[in-house]
Design a protein around this ligand. Structure first.
Ligand code: 13P
Length: 252
């Protein structure tokens, strides 16, 4: 399974100049790495500029709207992202639930719109507590409602335990063992919703305080094939180290 490292810049940085500097430093740092797919998801307004520079770094949005166009003030559609040449979109991030009350029903509509415009969807699944149960199960059931097993090939699931995100109060870093349990839980639900083959071939990455010290453990023992990186993706040297650590662990 192809390994994937995704930078989620969230609402950073504050200028396009800084965004370009950060992007160029990453592109330069990973230019000789071809066994790890590397995606940067900047704020929407930088996508267009960053797209114009040729690079092996792919681009993703941090959200999208489900209608192609129309009277939806402030929204950016999946179609608009696709027309810009963006290839990925993060959907269902826990911060959108927390700060914007985004519902899983809205996420489901966004997933369908993104898939129909051929964007690859980075779908975040995770609970507030360490319990693996109803909360994640419901996110998967409702988020994937109406999708076919063939759609799952264009989805990348993120096991995103909210308690392990760097900005969560009293956060505790997940262990590879906990990541393995989370990824196996996601596979178990996928098997129930679709079938064994779909569950076994689904791409799952981990998100929550990933850095260059812990990524190896997650990839080797955590049952995941990459990471969704928040805070550490804002330091280009650290982000490049993360990609390189994964590259070293991948048989090419
Ligand atoms: P941090 O890497 O800052 O914990 O953010 C990760 C995240 O939001 C996972 O989705």
């Amino acid at each position: 399974m192809r390994h994937l490292i995704v930078a989620n810049w969230k609402c950073n940085p504050v200028s396009s100049k800084e965004a370009q500097r950060l992007f160029d430093a990453v592109a330069e740092g990973i230019k000789n790495i071809n066994n790890v797919e590397t995606v940067i998801c900047p704020p929407f307004l930088y996508l267009s500029d960053l797209k114009s520079g040729a690079s092996s770094v792919k681009l993703g949005g941090q959200d999208c709207f489900w209608e192609d166009k129309g009277a939806f003030t402030g929204e950016i559609s999946a179609k608009q992202l696709q027309n810009l040449g963006v290839e990925y979109v993060i959907l269902g991030h826990s911060e959108r639930r927390k700060y914007l009350d985004e519902s899983i029903e809205a996420v489901n509509k966004k997933i369908k719109a993104a898939l129909s415009t051929k964007l690859k969807v980075i779908f975040c699944i995770g609970s507030q507590t360490k319990e693996l149960g109803e909360e994640m199960e419901s996110q998967l059931e409702k988020g994937l409602q109406g999708l076919d097993k063939s759609d799952v090939a264009d989805l990348i699931f993120v096991y995103e335990p909210v308690w392990a995100i760097s900005t969560t109060k009293d956060k505790v870093t997940a262990t590879p063992k906990e990541t393995l349990a989370g990824s196996l839980f996601i596979r178990k639900i996928l098997e129930r919703l679709f079938d064994e083959r779909t569950s076994q071939t689904a791409r799952i990455i981990y998100g929550g305080s990933v850095d260059s010290q812990n990524i190896e453990g997650f990839v080797r023992e955590g049952g995941v094939s990459g990471g969704l990186v928040g805070a550490a993706s804002l330091d280009p040297d650290e982000f490049v180290r993360i990609v390189k650590k994964v590259a070293l662990n991948v048989k090419s």
